[in-house]
Design a protein around this ligand. Structure first.
Ligand code: FAD
Ligand code: AMP
Length: 482
């Protein structure tokens, strides 16, 4: 027996559930297939982001940050709290509760919007047909006008450090430790490695991050990356650059440890840890997803090939989120999901890929949008730079949270904002103000003439905009030009 729909979405991560809800809002009869089961074997919506990604990692980052504040910061404010301890199982349980609330929320949104959630694994078997295999092995065909593939991504594993989810874990396992490891190794100083390394370092683990590249955060503006390296190292993260992991050996016995072999500029090295997190990136997940006869093309790394509108090589079949080109970020997938649904309804939607914001949720946060100085130099663009340090911000000092800076880059000729790069308190939220200005082709002057509430952290962005044109009030104006 087969069921008929107008839109079938495969995967309910941020890309898939946004696509499904928007399609249903626009009047399409929509189904969303999801294969994820929670610890109680119940179907859960929300994908990597809600279950083992953005949300649980931020829950642990928030808990561990409060722990650090209670230990080191409260006293500065005159607050006496006595001996501070951490109950790791309670922290993990709170994280699980947040995940449960949010995944349940997606199920509720499906019901409210009349999206039919279907439990099982979807496979595209024709341009208008998806085969669903339930967890009991029963199969059902869905006929549909449009297919949106949003099957997401999974962690990359590397042969030198095979994940056993016990001693050697991936990002999912690192969200489940039941005790603070004494010595923790992390392979990869990317976004996920820095965030998860920070969580356990704040709770007392000695953390060593092994990174194959010689440069720290190569995708980040150099000035900001340098500041980040200084701050994170001072917090206790040991970041070894130019250290390529080549092998590992897990010890025997109840209290296993892992010895990692790596090479650096001095030759072959060894280090022993109680736990090792492999955080070397993610890859598109397309296992048993596509019947090759349908002709949906993939690139050499397994990403489904799409154009700017997320159309695949097969008409009426779309792909969105982590399994297509571009940064693997939840919000990028969400926008793609919405764009595809709206284009099915013949609306002129598009995604502005030039303005995808990026964030690393360490403390302070690191956030950026648009071009950095190095990119602009390479493109031969003349620009002005305005930098404002948080140490000159009244609000940041009042909060005892004044590390970092806001850096705004504007075109020297037109004053149009080309990039914003922040390391500092609430950088992710502050950045969004620059992103909005950039979406409307705003200039540094536009931000400069906007009235900002005092005292706010946002004033640092205001001052950086003024500084780009040489008239910041709260710092000396040494206007830097390219
Ligand atoms: P996914 O979220 O991976 O969802 C895909 C869904 O499809 C899954 O639920 C999967 O079960 C389902 N599926 C796959 N195949 C099938 C099939 N054949 N049939 C049915 N269902 C199927 N991004 C941010 O923007 N901000 C962050 O702070 C952030 N933090 C992160 C922290 C960690 C630790 C990790 C691992 C990732 C983080 N990310 C973050 C990345 C973010 O989680 C992903 O970019 C995002 O989840 C991708 O969304 P998606 O919908 O494309 O895929
Ligand atoms: P990201 O893709 O941002 O999650 O970052 C993953 C990081 O892991 C990259 O900076 C890679 O250089 C790094 N990496 C990949 N393989 C290895 C390895 N064998 N040893 C050390 N670092 C690695």
């Amino acid at each position: 027996m087969s069921k008929e729909f107008e839109v079938v979405v495969i995967g309910s991560g941020p890309a898939g559930y946004h696509a499904a809800i928007r399609a249903a809002q626009l009047g399409f009869k929509t189904a969303c297939i999801e294969k994820w089961l929670n610890k109680d074997d119940k179907t859960v919506y929300g994908g990597t982001c809600l279950n083992v990604g953005c949300i649980p990692s931020k829950a642990l980052l928030d808990t561990s940050h409060k722990y650090v504040e209670a230990q080191h910061d409260f006293e500065t404010h005159g607050i006496k709290v006595g001996k501070v301890g951490i109950d790791v199982p309670a922290m993990i349980q709170r994280k699980d509760n947040v995940v449960k609330q949010l995944t349940g929320g997606v199920a509720g949104l499906f019901t409210a919007n009349k999206v039919e959630g279907i439990s099982g694994t979807g496979k595209v078997i024709a341009k208008d047909k998806v085969l669903v295999t339930g967890h009991d092995g029963k199969q059902e065909e869905l006929l549909t006008k449009y297919i949106i593939i949003a099957a997401g991504s999974v962690p990359i594993d590397i042969p030198p450090a095979p994940v056993d989810q016990d001693t050697i874990v991936d990002s999912t396992g690192a969200l489940e430790f039941q005790a603070v490891p004494k010595r923790l190794g992390v392979i990869g100083a990317g976004v996920i490695g820095l965030e998860l390394g920070s969580v356990w370092s704040r709770l007392g683990a000695e953390v060593v991050i092994l990174e194959a590249l010689d440069e720290f955060l190569p995708m980040v503006d150099r000035q900001i990356a340098k500041e980040a390296s200084k701050i994170l190292t001072a917090q206790g993260l040991e970041i070894k650059l130019g250290a390529r992991v080549t092998g590992s050996k897990v010890g025997k016995g109840a209290k296993k440890s892992v010895t990692v072999e790596y090479t650096d500029k001095n030759g072959e090295q060894k280090a022993t840890f109680d736990k090792l997190i492999v955080a070397v990136g993610r890859k598109p997940y397309t296992v048993d997803l596509l019947d090759p006869a349908v002709g949906i093309e993939q690139d050499e790394r397994g990403f489904i090939k799409v154009n700017d509108y997320c159309e695949t090589s097969v008409p009426n079949v779309y792909a969105v989120g982590d399994l297509v080109r571009g940064p693997m970020l939840a919000h990028k997938g969400m926008e793609e999901g919405i764009m595809v649904a709206e284009r099915l309804a013949e609306q002129k939607a598009q995604v502005n890929y030039a303005l995808v914001p990026s964030v690393i949720y360490t403390h302070p946060e690191i956030a950026w949008v648009g071009k950095n100085e190095e990119q602009l130099k390479e493109e031969g663009v003349d620009y002005n730079v305005g930098v404002f340090p948080f140490v000159a911000s009244g609000r940041a000092l009042a909060a005892n949270d004044a590390e970092g800076m806001v850096k705004l880059i504007a075109d020297a000729r037109t004053d149009r904002i080309l990039g914003c790069h922040i390391i500092g308190p609430s950088a992710a939220d502050l950045l969004q103000q620059a992103a909005i200005a950039m979406e409307f082709s705003g200039s540094a002057e536009d931000l400069g003439i906007t009235m900002f509430s005092h005292p706010t952290l946002s004033e640092a962005l205001h001052e950086a905009a003024l500084a780009a044109n040489g008239h910041a009030i709260h710092i000396g104006n040494r206007r830097r030009k390219k």
